[in-house]
Design a protein around this ligand. Structure first.
Ligand code: SAM
Length: 490
């Protein structure tokens, strides 16, 4: 990199701002051979001021009004970077040198931080992470909903933002020293061994490591995608923070598990507190981890966990929030947003094991949950019984199919809660919401971009956005959970 000139952008300008560098001739010390971003080529050197973090944790700045994404760069930093890609809408560049360092930059505690794709911002202090996440949310509402000044409540963070995850889902593979359990490196198919992940609960780390050693000792073959040989693809460990129960699920390419009895015996001996051992069979090479069939190999078919005074039963495939401490804060905000008086009919769409609906049930007249995974619906029903929430009913199906059907037959809820996956809401679901016109629509999301896009459709359909509440469910990563309250305009 020595000897190559750095092309400086006017980094104080926002894209589209009136002071855009486009109108100015570069001053002599900024003269470059590239007058426009379009002329940049891979290998060019540029200097960029980082304005904010992008949705994947990359630093985002501008060069001649075009967005530049630089992995590892932090807001407020001035970065010397080498262009790696020039696309129509953005430039990707590699961090070469930090000219001005963020006061929030720190050494990442995890030894594999630079290669593991799990966390993106361990090198940013927690204070810096909170500010950056608020910015990510603001940016999403500005970009996708056209809202420049959303009423945003301060992000709800964690007192101790480590060891918070109750579940690990790790790919198995073979490394030079034997079997490894890990995550793929960012943008690659290279498996990074993860031992002692600092955002996992220590009990989860311990169970993963012990189970991996047992598999290796018994020479249970690891699945190899390339050759379509072998058996165990993924290990999933879930730990109940309150119950201290442990569930291990092996995702396998077939149900022909060798040395099954010995495996169970050794796992039980090696891992104290083990409650359940399951095998989920996924014969297909898809991006979905789980297949449709789960077999309980030993112990209980589910583990128990509690949130507040509610107790839950969790089967291996059922969705359950990963950060139980923050989940309680999130659900309390949902309750505040729902504004219940004890009489309302509430829909809990995308309800998982029914957690939000059950949380709200004592404050509502009736709650109907919708969930697409059959086992989760069964769990939700069992959870309702167990917790005496007799005013709840849980339905198996797709929210975008069931809600329109209910609305067509005259069902008219007062409050709809939606907590969809990252892809956001289906347009058929939004249409049904707009047709049935609940007074309040509470949207919980782990993806600010799809949240803001869907919010725009609801704004256009006669709702106002009352407030946005970010909740830090995933410290050390660039992910941010958000909750919004939308109210029907009269
Ligand atoms: C983000 S989780 C939320 C679960 C729950 N609200 C909670 O807090 O634990 C989304 C849930 O939606 C379910 N799901 C995904 N697509 C769905 C669809 N089209 N209709 C209904 N449920 C769906 C998933 O199985 C998952 O349980």
């Amino acid at each position: 990199m020595k000897g190559k000139p750095y092309h400086k952008a006017n980094t104080t300008s926002k894209p589209n701002s009136k002071n855009s560098p486009k109108q100015k001739r570069p001053t002599p010390d900024r003269v470059t051979s590239r007058d426009s971003a379009e002329e940049l080529r891979a290998g060019d050197r540029i200097v960029v001021t980082i304005k904010r973090l992008g949705i994947n944790g990359e630093g985002v700045g501008y060069y001649r009004r075009k967005a530049v994404f630089i992995n590892g760069a932090l807001p407020g930093e001035v970065i010397k970077a080498e262009v790696t890609k020039v696309e129509n809408r953005f430039i990707a560049a590699e961090l070469k040198q930090i000219e001005k360092r963020s006061p929030y930059r720190m050494d990442a505690p995890c030894p594999v931080f630079n290669i593991c794709g799990g966390c993106q911002i361990q090198h940013l202090s927690y204070e810096g992470q909170m500010a950056a996440k608020e910015d990510i949310v603001r940016e999403a509402f500005s970009r996708y909903a056209g809202l420049e000044n959303v009423r945003m409540k301060p992000i709800l963070g964690m007192e101790h933002p480590w060891g918070y995850r109750n579940k690990a889902q790790l790919q198995l593979g073979m490394g030079p020293d034997g079997m490894i359990a890990g995550l793929y490196a960012a943008d690659s198919h290279q498996l990074v061994d993860i031992t002692g992940c600092p955002i996992q609960h220590p009990k989860v780390n311990e169970a993963v490591d012990l189970a991996r050693k047992v598999l290796q000792r018994l020479q249970i073959p690891v699945y190899k995608e390339k050759s379509n040989q072998g058996l165990v693809r993924t290990i999933v460990v879930r730990f109940g923070f309150q119950s201290e129960e442990l569930q291990i699920t092996f995702v396998t390419s077939s149900d022909k598990l060798p040395k099954q009895e010995q495996l169970i015996k050794e796992l039980r001996l090696a891992i104290p507190g083990l409650t359940s051992i399951a095998m989920n069979i996924n014969p297909k090479n898809t991006s979905l981890v789980f297949g449709n069939r789960t077999v309980i190999l030993w112990g209980e078919d589910s583990i128990q966990e509690s949130l507040g005074d509610l107790e839950f039963t969790l089967s291996p495939r059922a969705f359950f929030q990963l950060n139980p401490l923050q989940t309680v804060k999130l659900y309390e905000m949902v309750r505040a947003a729902a504004g219940l008086t004890g009489k309302e009919t509430v829909v809990d769409a995308y309800c998982g094991t029914g957690t939000i609906g059950l949380w709200l049930a004592p404050y509502a007249g009736e709650v109907r949950g919708i969930e697409s995974i059959p086992e989760a619906v069964e769990d939700a029903k069992a959870n309702a019984l167990r917790n005496g929430r007799s005013n709840t009913t849980f339905y198996e199906g797709y929210a975008e199919e069931l809600l329109p059907r209910w609305v067509k037959s005259g069902f008219s809820p007062d409050v709809i809660i939606a907590d969809p996956p990252r892809t956001g809401l289906d347009s058929r679901f939004i249409e049904a919401v707009l047709r049935t016109k609940p007074k309040r629509f509470v949207y919980v999301s782990c993806n600010p971009s799809t949240l803001a896009k869907d919010c725009k459709d609801l704004l256009d359909g006669g709702y106002s956005l009352e407030w946005v509440q970010p909740v830090d469910m995933f410290p050390q990563t660039s992910h941010v959970e958000c909750l919004i309250l939308m109210v029907r305009k009269e």
